[in-house]
Design a binder for this molecule. Structure first.
Ligand SMILES: Cc1ncc(COP(=O)(O)O)c(C=O)c1O
Length: 390
């Protein structure tokens, strides 16, 4: 069996000619419009319809989308936003960059997504928003988080960067929050050959703010009139055309990922007693961007798979509040910079103030799940994981 890399080099092999055609078409178009043109508008409309959102605004990346979402809510100094302690860093930087305080809460050690009870305990009079993120293959517990947010008058920014196409209780990801954000980074479900992201919302006022903020606060009609201090988070016409080209195959690629995940989960179920936890089975609220195991002997399992020429990946080995960049926010859960809350007495044991996040950081191991893996490769990967425990 040839090497199976974690990040496949031939992800867009089938689209090579299409990309070359698009480059030529956009590059030689008499319009000479390379950002925010008709192709971007067409992609926005296609994804708006696909998700059922009121508004869809394409932007520079998933990070760009989170930045726009937080800024559109006028969040700033003195405000707090509750974010998961185990996640990609933009959940925290999008808040901190505006002078507001990211308040880190723990995640469930098995699903690796935000613990709703921890959210409830972290709310203060300064809390403006909560930012649940879907992680790897599991959507956050949006029904519970939305209920808590509603009870406390908080806005929900749903980080659905990795979860485009996932559906929980009949509601698509990105549609649970007041604002939802997708990422088109290459390995994501609807990844592209470059950068891109999307903000979804049903609120016309928020949509209009996000649209303005992504292009230096301009309204799209009056050039050089800046209504707000915005950003450059614009969308590329080549990428828009490429994503429109890739859209018809999206469902099929998602289904292939889901089938691989189903197979892995079935094969790995007996390993539960031997220190490996697979993601929960089923399709509801599942996304299959990454298939991550939680392994007690992660290092050994990883070395074994490397020997078998199977690429693996460890995500977020250091929880966000333990990162140097966020050390000034990384005080114990329940205590803000302003010392507004008492230390949380409800946290389960462990040395870390974020034991779930610490556990996930120390044990997650992702194995390949990209859609063009052959059945033989998928079987080989599953066999190799199981053999380690024989
Ligand atoms: C949960 C989560 N949020 C946000 C992002 C940021 O997306 P992008 O890489 O498009 O900026 C990522 C990227 O990996 C992510 O995993």
């Amino acid at each position: 069996m040839a090497t199976i890399p974690f990040f496949p080099p031939d992800l867009f092999e089938q689209d090579r000619q299409a990309m070359l055609d698009i480059l030529f078409e956009v590059g030689t178009d008499a319009e000479q419009r390379f950002i925010l043109g008709r192709r971007t508008a067409e992609l926005e409309e296609a994804l708006r319809q696909m998700t059922g959102a009121g508004h869809a605004v394409a932007c520079s990346s998933g990070t760009g989308g989170l930045n726009l979402a937080v800024q559109a809510l006028d969040i700033g100094p003195g405000d707090e936003v509750i974010v998961p302690a185990f996640c990609c860093q933009p959940v925290a930087s999008s808040v901190a960059n505006l002078g507001a305080t990211p308040v880190f809460v723990d995640v469930d050690p098995h699903t690796m997504v935000m613990d709703p009870e921890a959210v409830e305990r972290a709310i203060t009079e300064r809390t403006r928003a909560v930012m649940p993120a879907h992680v790897f293959s599991i959507m956050a517990d949006m029904p519970k988080i939305n209920k808590i947010a509603e009870e406390h008058g908080l806005t929900v920014i749903e980080d659905a960067a990795v979860a485009q196409g996932a559906v929980l209780d009949g509601v698509p990801s990105g549609r649970w929050g007041h604002l939802g954000v997708f990422s088109f980074f290459q390995v994501k479900a609807f990844g592209t050959a470059g950068e891109g992201g999307l903000v979804l919302t049903d609120d016309p006022e928020l949509a209009s703010r996000v649209r303005m903020l992504r292009n230096h606060g301009q309204d799209g009609v009056n050039r050089f009139l800046h209504h707000r201090i915005g950003q450059n988070s614009r969308f590329d016409e080549v990428i828009a055309a490429f994503q429109l080209h890739r859209l018809p195959g999206f469902e099929e690629r998602l289904e292939r990922r889901a089938r691989i995940a189903d197979y892995y989960t079935e094969r790995f179920a007996p390993l539960a007693e031997r220190g490996v936890t697979a993601p929960p089975a089923g399709r509801n609220g599942r996304c299959y961007y990454v298939y991550s195991l939680l392994a007690a002997r992660r290092g050994d399992l990883r070395a074994w798979l490397t020997e078998k020429e199977i690429g693996t990946h460890v995500y977020y080995p250091v929880p966000l509040p333990e990162q140097p960049a966020f050390s000034r926010f990384g005080n114990r859960p329940g205590v803000t910079e302003q010392g507004a809350r008492a230390t949380d007495a409800h946290q389960p044991g462990g040395d870390s103030p974020w034991p779930g996040a610490q556990y996930a950081s120390e044990h997650n191991l992702a194995i390949p799940i990209w859609p063009h893996l052959t059945d033989a490769q998928v079987e080989y990967i599953a066999d190799s994981v199981c053999e380690f425990f024989d």
